[in-house]
Design a protein around this ligand. Structure first.
Ligand code: ZN
Length: 247
């Protein structure tokens, strides 16, 4: 089985389409979506339509999906993110809002090897940034491979009975991570629609269960077009600028 893993698309249809085209070259059987389909970008309805058409095997909701569908308030979002939430609430079609509101909370078990969540396996909204967070997540995970998003940073951690390997960040892409026996892995492919690791290219991963490896990919997309749509939509200019910076 080969899974295409998508997270934090954030209403960036240009980035999503570039990823689908790129991943199509390598091939996959099913799609896993780790939440935050909307928020920040200018095409929430377009992204949701595309994701529905892809018929993901498993999908979990993100914090932006919750506030954009009105099932949670955005009190703890910063000012720019709150403006994006208001814009998304106003621009989502009622059908799309309902669909978003019905997305399941993670973690979700995909198969005997893989589990997915938005933030962490112990709390869908928790950010895994520190070694301590990662260790807690690895202990809480139910499968040898736990995939997460939310931070918009590619990251790889692993835990065995005697060792904990931290922040094995990919230094070049594509990056192959071979799944060794006796280890639990915790991996973030990075964000499709709003990378924050300084690389503006869209990020995604493919899990190959037969070959027992996970590959992290980056692909350039027409980001000027995504920026223009953000400006034209009346969303904060900062959201267009950060796409080019990858921050
Ligand atoms: Zn996000």
């Amino acid at each position: 089985m080969r899974y295409l893993v998508l997270t934090d698309i954030h209403a960036n249809l240009d980035a999503l389409d570039a990823v689908l085209k790129d991943a199509g070259r390598f091939g996959y059987d099913h799609i896993l979506v780790l939440g935050d389909l909307v928020g920040y970008g200018a095409e929430p309805n377009g992204v949701i339509d595309r994701v529905i058409a892809l018929e993901p095997l498993v999908i979990v909701r993100g914090n932006h999906d919750k506030v954009a569908s009105g099932i949670e308030d955005a009190d703890d979002f910063n000012a720019v993110a709150q403006r994006a939430v208001s814009w998304t609430l106003a621009n989502l079609s009622p059908e799309h809002r309902e669909w978003l509101a019905a997305l399941p909370r993670g973690p979700e078990l995909v198969d005997p090897l893989v589990e997915v969540c938005h933030g962490s396996p112990f709390d869908e909204d928790a950010y895994i940034f520190s070694e301590l967070d990662a260790l807690r997540a690895l202990r809480a995970s139910h499968r040898p491979v736990c995939l997460f998003g939310h931070t918009h940073f590619p990251a790889i951690y692993r835990l065995s009975d005697s060792r904990f390997d931290v922040s094995m960040e990919p230094t070049e892409t594509p990056a192959d991570i071979v799944l060794e026996e006796g280890w639990k892995y915790l991996m973030n492919p990075g964000s499709v629609g709003q990378p924050r690791d300084g690389d503006p290219r869209a990020a995604y991963a493919i899990v190959d269960e037969t070959a027992r490896k996970v590959t992290l990919y980056r692909v350039a997309y027409p980001l000027e077009e995504a920026q223009e749509k953000v400006i034209r939509a009346g969303l904060p200019e900062a959201l267009a600028l950060r796409l080019a910076a990858g921050r």
